[in-house]
Design a protein around this ligand. Structure first.
Ligand SMILES: *Cc1c(COP(=O)(O)O)cnc(C)c1O
Length: 217
């Protein structure tokens, strides 16, 4: 598919939803992709990337950031509490804030440094046992907890169950964000980003449709 086609499809989806051009940020999900594919997308001028593993990102991105100016790196996968320091060094945004212990670690780190990545709370909209994220019923309370810690909350993130209609999950996430006064919505992947944009996504996370199929992960 490629970057330019995805950009065109995003622009069309924005227009169809009556949303301002450029209101949706495209996060190019580069996990597990060969370096030359990532470099090709950087060469085309794209700067916003997503990775789902701290370790993998730490091996790959410091060198790329030194070569390409203005990289905006988003962590879209789970974050262990013992990797928070490494994560805040590396990432400009974290989409997987999902528990009190992590919130407290991030708040400590923010205090120590005077800065903090933009944060999205992950919501387990499908209430799946194996999936990360706060349950929808606990989301309002967790938002309040994070605010009490002065964390820079940007919005909410979800990964809908594979077998279900994603629009129901996107709409649920949008409702939770709305009633909590949060403007960011990180939702939509290669197969459903246009649906997500119609329902208010501000950040879409697109991997395989830009880079091609992944070998794994
Ligand atoms: C891998 C991944 C994506 C991108 O998936 P594609 O289907 O390749 O677009 C988006 N979000 C998360 C959390 C991911 O782990």
């Amino acid at each position: 598919m490629g970057l330019s086609q995805i950009r065109e499809r995003i622009a069309r989806a924005e227009a169809e939803a009556g949303r301002a051009p450029g209101s949706v940020t495209l996060i190019a999900v580069s996990k597990v992709q060969p370096l030359e594919r990532v470099e090709a997308v950087l060469d085309q001028g794209h700067r916003v990337f997503g990775e789902n593993r701290v370790q993998e990102a730490a091996e790959k991105w410091p060198a790329l950031k030194a070569r390409f100016e203005g990289v905006d790196l988003h962590l879209i996968g789970p974050l262990q509490s013992n990797k928070v320091r490494q994560a805040v060094d590396l990432f400009d945004a974290i989409h997987s804030l999902d528990r009190a212990k992590l919130a407290r670690r991030l708040a400590d780190m923010a205090q120590e440094r005077g800065t903090c990545p933009a944060l999205f709370i992950q919501v387990n909209t499908g209430e799946e046992a194996q999936k990360a994220g706060v349950m929808p019923g606990d989301a309002d309370g967790f938002v309040a907890e994070c605010r009490a810690l002065d964390l820079p909350l940007r919005g909410l993130m979800c990964i809908p169950p594979v077998e279900e209609e994603p629009s129901l999950h996107f709409a649920l996430l949008a409702r939770i964000a709305e009633r909590n006064g949060l403007s960011g919505l990180s939702m939509g992947m290669s197969g459903d980003f246009e649906t997500a944009i119609a329902l208010g996504a501000t950040h879409v996370r697109v991997g395989s449709a830009i880079f091609g199929e992944r070998a794994q992960g």
